[in-house]
Ligand binder design. Structure first.
Ligand SMILES: C[S@@+](CC[C@H](N)C(=O)[O-])C[C@H]1O[C@@H](n2cnc3c(N)ncnc32)[C@H](O)[C@@H]1O
Length: 157
């Protein structure tokens, strides 16, 4: 997280013109480390952490309360979670099959997406940022103009 953090800040500053109009969603949020951190770095419309595991979900809520972060946790399977309308940034550290399925089902449409380490197959990232840990790289995908109607076409970046 320590080495990923400055890279996330840099790209968000460059790419997200108005965070106050943008929802940040951490899918597979775990203890919501990244969303807790980013919630304090920018003023967002909303920050949401989606986590499937009950114990992890409650741990995240405890941590959010402890540090006074403005993160709304949702306990749900990410394949069933309805993404909010409007501008959004999605952060995740999920394995290839999971993030690939999210992409194939169009669940990342309309978002600027940060993947830690795992690539979406057949899609060129907008940026590949080396990370100085075992996680290796931060991948940035721009799906902000992608909608269900053009989801069968390759992403144009
Ligand atoms: C590798 S951890 C990443 C945690 C955190 N985002 C981070 O970057 O440190 C992946 C998390 O995704 C959750 N997860 C896995 N599959 C999920 C699913 N289908 N729906 C919701 N959460 C899921 C796991 O319980 C775990 O907490």
């Amino acid at each position: 997280m320590k080495t990923v953090a400055p890279k996330l800040l840099e790209v968000i500053r460059q790419e997200v013109l108005d965070t106050t109009n943008t929802t940040l969603i951490e899918i597979g949020a775990g203890k919501a480390v990244v969303s807790r951190y980013l919630s304090k770095q920018f003023q967002w419309k909303r920050v949401i952490g989606v986590e499937g595991d009950w114990m992890t979900y409650w741990t995240a809520i405890f941590m959010i309360k402890l540090v006074g972060a403005k993160v709304n946790m949702v306990r749900r399977n990410i394949y069933k979670y309805q993404m909010p309308e409007g501008a959004k940034v999605i952060y995740n550290y999920m394995s290839v099959p999971i993030i690939q399925r999210m992409y194939d089902e169009g669940r990342l449409d309309g978002a600027l997406v940060f993947n830690l380490t795992f690539r979406i197959q057949g899609v060129e990232p907008m940026k590949v940022i080396p990370i100085d840990t075992f996680q290796k790289e931060l991948l940035v995908y721009d799906f902000r103009k992608k909608t269900k109607s053009n989801s069968s076409q390759p992403s144009v970046i």
